[in-house]
Design a protein around this ligand. Structure first.
Ligand SMILES: [Fe+2]
Length: 135
């Protein structure tokens, strides 16, 4: 699986959020590069916990800004974050209980989700925040 490289095409125009997105990409790359990761391994659980904890922090930052500035698609956007959390729990459980192999499916989901979420959902607030003078 190729690396996720954060570049300007992922910029949502808000520094703190861009920074957090780039960190998420770094964390995903580190996770996917590890070769000591198997389904029931301690490192996988630890890396996933670190990632989901950071994701939660990031979602909170994003949602707080949306709330503060009255983003019209707030509820809709929060729902996508919630779906991410649920999907991670579902995939983690599924893999812990039913699979022995390295979780390619989980990595693929993470990679796809973050890339698509930023480019499709997050991008929708770019113009809104810009208009509000946020950078
Ligand atoms: Fe988001």
């Amino acid at each position: 699986m190729g690396k996720l490289v954060w570049d300007e095409s992922y910029s949502v125009g808000v520094n703190i959020l861009d920074k957090q997105h780039a960190i998420v990409f770094e964390m995903l790359n580190n996770l996917m590069e590890r070769d000591d990761i198997t389904v029931r391994s301690e490192p996988l659980t630890a890396a996933l916990t670190t990632l989901t904890t950071y994701a939660a922090k990031h979602f909170k930052t994003e949602e707080q800004l949306m709330k503060e500035y009255g983003y019209p698609k707030f509820n809709e956007h929060v729902k996508t974050h919630m779906q991410f959390r649920l999907k991670i729990i579902e995939l983690s459980n599924e893999m812990l209980y039913h699979k022995e192999s390295v979780p390619v499916e989980l990595f693929a989901f993470l990679r796809e989700w973050w890339s698509n979420h930023i480019l499709q959902e997050d991008m929708q607030y770019k113009a809104f925040f810009k208009e509000k003078g946020l950078e």
